[in-house]
Design a protein around this ligand. Structure first.
Ligand SMILES: NC(=O)c1ccc[n+]([C@@H]2O[C@H](COP(=O)([O-])OP(=O)(O)OC[C@H]3O[C@@H](n4cnc5c(N)ncnc54)[C@H](O)[C@@H]3O)[C@@H](O)[C@H]2O)c1
Length: 262
């Protein structure tokens, strides 16, 4: 089984947005590597379903429900880590705001995207580092940016601006936390075939996965001519969290089927 079996044995991770999509795949991957995981998500139903599915496989998963932009709820979530677990030394920030608007965006729309993606990211990272030692923390954070952080996309001004800010946050947090032995990196996924994208392609575009991947403007825009499965994003996140990445901090890793290469 190799390193997947034992990579994070005895360690604790917090995964925001871990109830669904990429976050749920990260939780599953970390559990498979021996980690205990606290899911922090605003959807109690989906979080409980993911927790129950993984517990049925023998994994250690707990849930704290709340919004990442709610400072008190974030503090309570970190305080709820079971006393017999190691303190969290791994953090994956998946929760984000999904608002796709251009210059016409209202202040409310900006809050809807920036509150979770940037303010929430900051509050969760702040609570995480507060529980770590001042030196040699041996800890790692991975944030989720996007290919949208790197390019302009028509009608995506709000989302792309928020994801570009994730790159800036990652670099600055890496600088601030490096003296304490805390690494901070990000990944930039291309389109991931999760429930939301499946629904969008089916209901809005009338395309199933095979048809969407065959279309030049959808799956065809990736060099690999397809979308990613959530597990294909979880694997490089696990690498960046792992001690195999011990000299990597402040970088963004595209996980994009070659989209940003051309
Ligand atoms: N799916 C893609 O194609 C894709 C591509 C690039 C980047 N991303 C990024 O990956 C991350 C995960 O996306 P996904 O597609 O897996 O999403 P998803 O919608 O499948 O899951 C997101 C999870 O985050 C939770 N969440 C949302 N807002 C929250 C908040 N304010 N507080 C707490 N929890 C919250 C939701 O309840 C949900 O469980 C996001 O940062 C997204 O921007 C996704």
């Amino acid at each position: 089984m190799g390193r997947e079996a034992e990579g994070f044995t005895g360690r604790t991770a917090v995964v925001t947005g871990g109830a669904q999509g990429i976050g749920a795949a990260v939780v599953r991957r970390l559990c498979a590597e021996g980690c205990r995981v606290l899911i922090y998500d605003k959807s109690p139903e989906h979080a409980a379903a993911t927790r129950d599915r993984l517990r049925a496989q023998g994994y250690s998963v707990v849930v704290a429900t709340g919004d990442v932009s709610d400072q008190e709820a974030v503090r309570a979530a970190f305080a709820s880590v079971p006393a017999d677990w190691a303190p969290p030394t791994l953090l994956v920030n998946c929760a984000a705001g999904f608002v796709f608007e251009g210059l016409a965006a209202t202040a409310d729309q900006w809050h809807a995207v920036l509150d979770p993606t940037i303010i929430g990211l900051s509050l969760v990272t702040q609570a995480f580092q507060a529980g770590l030692p001042e030196r040699d923390a041996d800890a790692a954070v991975v944030n989720i940016a996007s290919i949208s952080a790197h390019v302009a996309q028509d009608g995506f001004l709000t989302y792309n601006t928020s994801k570009a800010a994730v790159l800036g946050f990652t670099r600055c947090a890496a600088q601030e936390l490096a003296p304490r032995g805390i690494r901070v990196n990000s990944v930039s996924p291309g389109t991931v075939w999760n429930d939301g994208n499946e629904r969008y392609h089916r209901e809005v575009l009338g395309l199933d996965r095979a048809a969407a991947e065959a279309a030049p403007e959808h799956g065809g825009k990736f060099l690999l001519r397809r979308f990613a499965d959530p597990a294909e994003v979880a694997a490089p996140i696990a690498f960046l969290l792992s001690r195999d990445a011990s000299f990597i901090t402040g970088v963004d890793l595209p996980v994009d089927g070659g989209y940003l290469a051309v």
